[in-house]
Ligand binder design. Structure first.
Ligand SMILES: Cc1cc2nc3c(=O)[nH]c(=O)nc-3n(C[C@H](O)[C@H](O)[C@H](O)COP(=O)(O)OP(=O)(O)OC[C@H]3O[C@@H](n4cnc5c(N)ncnc54)[C@H](O)[C@@H]3O)c2cc1C
Length: 500
């Protein structure tokens, strides 16, 4: 194993798989390692939200996921009795897709294989040392240790990330104070416990229907001192019966586990030649069912920036913008999840807050939309670093329908190669972006006033101009230089003696 420009991705969960695909599309050489001998059969998450589907759309693969499960036009923000209407969101996918996390991972791994990158299962990263030029990664496989040199190491190795720890990245936040247990089991009598929430004598029990079994989630009021001690069926059964105040017999356990409500955020997403994404960078309680989705969002933000940096054509500060944008998104995520956890908890002192919050959502126009777009990340906006107040600026560009060379296409279709895109849409002559940016002369019949749109590979709007609010070419030049480094590219070519 060697390769000086190579990027090693540690971990083949949602973050690692998506990141590896994005890096590959951007032209980087990638090696994906996972310590497990094969994918774990245990399924943590069960959904993809609107933002994830939008991102997958922009790679042309959303259909593979949508073919797998039902879509539900309602979500939840803390209170299961008050579903959030997702149809009001500004998105092509105003719903949540029910899909097992394991299946999401299989489909991503399949797509990555189509791009020519296999996952090396049974390869655990056990050490790293970085210097100015790269990272020496120690990998254990088949009982042997080997060292491999990488330009960058991406820690997508989950919540207990070895990469994060060995890179010396802090993980401040709040430790777990409450624990829950879950069991994927069968009910001896399927009618004994309804799906959804049941308020028992001493606790609340959630039952989620799964094909051929149910997932039951409970509080674990007295967790063992060793939080990693396995959860046994007899213990889970005792907790369930105790909280319900009656016996509901369980059988055929598939998976039992414990989880806590710790919430932490890496203090650096980029530390020299090491980057973090997904659970390695942030942990939070499963409330909100969002972790897979945030992992994908991290990966799509990071991929093009890390590839450009490793390939030597990134403008200064591009990789740091990954930290700036996703750390801020992580702070927002943790704060939103903490709010949901507090509202969903049992603290009677918060009952009036819960009631008031519910009234606000029900009665204030737009409040439900705001919450739905916040909880799903649909309203995520990054600092565009140019002046302007167009509502698209910094946000995921809408999937506009376009005509190009007499045929119909869309923003999502043009973004499939994961390259920067300059759309020249009006009569005003805009300069060509050149270099690594695809320039397209298209028409947008639905938005006749739109003059031009510059879109980053992750789909976010970097510049937009309309006839009613025309933006000067100079801000377009600034946006191009900020994200795609026309100047940096020229300097690199000069260094190679290609241009004077
Ligand atoms: C009970 C529960 C329910 C959840 N429900 C939902 C839900 O409904 N919706 C949702 O969106 N999210 C949910 N989540 C969160 C979601 O599962 C995680 O956020 C998501 O898996 C994070 O993806 P990741 O790729 O960052 O990490 P992981 O999925 O944890 O993947 C990390 C990978 O790294 C590998 N690895 C670890 N260490 C090393 C090493 N040293 N070297 C090489 N490989 C290594 C692991 O084997 C693993 O394959 C839930 C989580 C829990 C615990």
């Amino acid at each position: 194993m060697n390769g000086d420009g190579m990027i090693v991705v540690a971990g083949a969960g949602p973050a690692g798989l998506m990141l590896a695909a994005e890096l590959t599309l951007a032209g980087a050489e990638v090696m994906v390692l996972d310590g497990l001998p094969e994918r774990s059969p245990y399924c943590r998450g069960f959904n993809l939200n609107a933002r994830s589907l939008e991102l997958l759309d922009r790679r042309g693969i959303a259909g593979r996921f949508l073919a797998e499960g039902p879509v539900v036009p309602a979500g939840m923000f803390a209170d299961p009795a008050r579903p959030l209407d997702l149809t009001v969101m500004d998105t092509d996918h105003p719903y949540v897709l029910g899909i097992a996390q394991t299946r999401v991972e299989e489909l991503l791994e399949q797509w990555l294989a189509e791009l020519g990158v296999p996952v090396r299962w049974g390869h655990r990263v056990v050490g790293l040392e970085q210097d100015a030029g790269g990272v020496e990664v120690t990998v254990e496989s088949g009982g042997r240790r080997r060292r491999t040199r990488a330009a960058y190491l991406a820690g997508c190795d989950g919540s207990r990330s070895l990469v994060r720890k060995r890179a010396g990245i802090g993980f401040p936040g709040t430790p777990a104070t409450r624990y829950g247990v879950l069991a994927d089991v069968e009910l001896a009598d399927p009618a004994a416990l309804p799906f959804g929430m049941t308020n028992g004598e001493r606790g609340t029990v959630f039952v989620i229907p799964r094909p051929g079994y149910v997932r039951i989630v409970l509080d674990d009021p007295e967790p063992p001192a060793d939080r990693d001690e396995p959860v046994t069926l007899p213990r889970f059964q005792r907790l369930l019966d105790d909280q319900l105040g009656r016996r509901v017999e369980l059988r055929e356990p598939r998976w039992l586990t414990r989880f806590g409500d710790a919430a932490r955020l890496a203090d650096r997403y980029v530390a020299g030649r090491v980057v973090l994404a997904g659970d390695a960078a942030h942990i939070h309680p499963p409330t909100g069912a969002i972790g897979v989705n945030v992992a994908l969002a991290d990966a799509v933000n990071l991929g093009w920036k890390l590839a450009a940096t490793a390939l030597g054509h990134a403008p200064g500060g591009l990789l740091d913008s990954y930290h700036d944008e996703r750390h801020e998104a992580g702070e927002r995520l943790l704060s939103t999840i903490r709010a949901q956890s507090a509202l969903a908890g049992h603290d009677p002192a918060l009952a009036p807050v819960r009631a008031l919050f519910g009234e606000l959502v029900d009665r204030v126009p737009g409040a439900g939309k705001y919450l739905a777009e916040l909880a799903t990340g649909v309203s995520t906006r990054y600092d565009p670093k140019i002046p302007g107040d167009h509502p698209w600026l910094g946000r995921l560009a809408p999937n506009l329908e376009l005509t190009l060379d007499g045929r119909r296409t869309s923003v999502a279709e043009l973004l499939r190669p994961a390259r920067p895109l300059l759309l020249r849409l009006g009569d005003r002559p805009l300069p060509a972006a050149g270099g690594r940016v695809d320039t397209c002369d298209a028409r947008c019949p639905g938005r006749p006033g739109l003059e031009g749109l510059l879109i980053r590979p992750d789909g976010h709007t970097a510049w937009v101009s309309t006839t009613s609010d025309p933006q000067p070419d100079s801000t377009l030049a600034t946006a191009l230089a900020t994200w795609f480094g026309a100047a940096a590219e020229r300097q690199a070519a000069q260094r190679r003696g290609l241009v004077p």
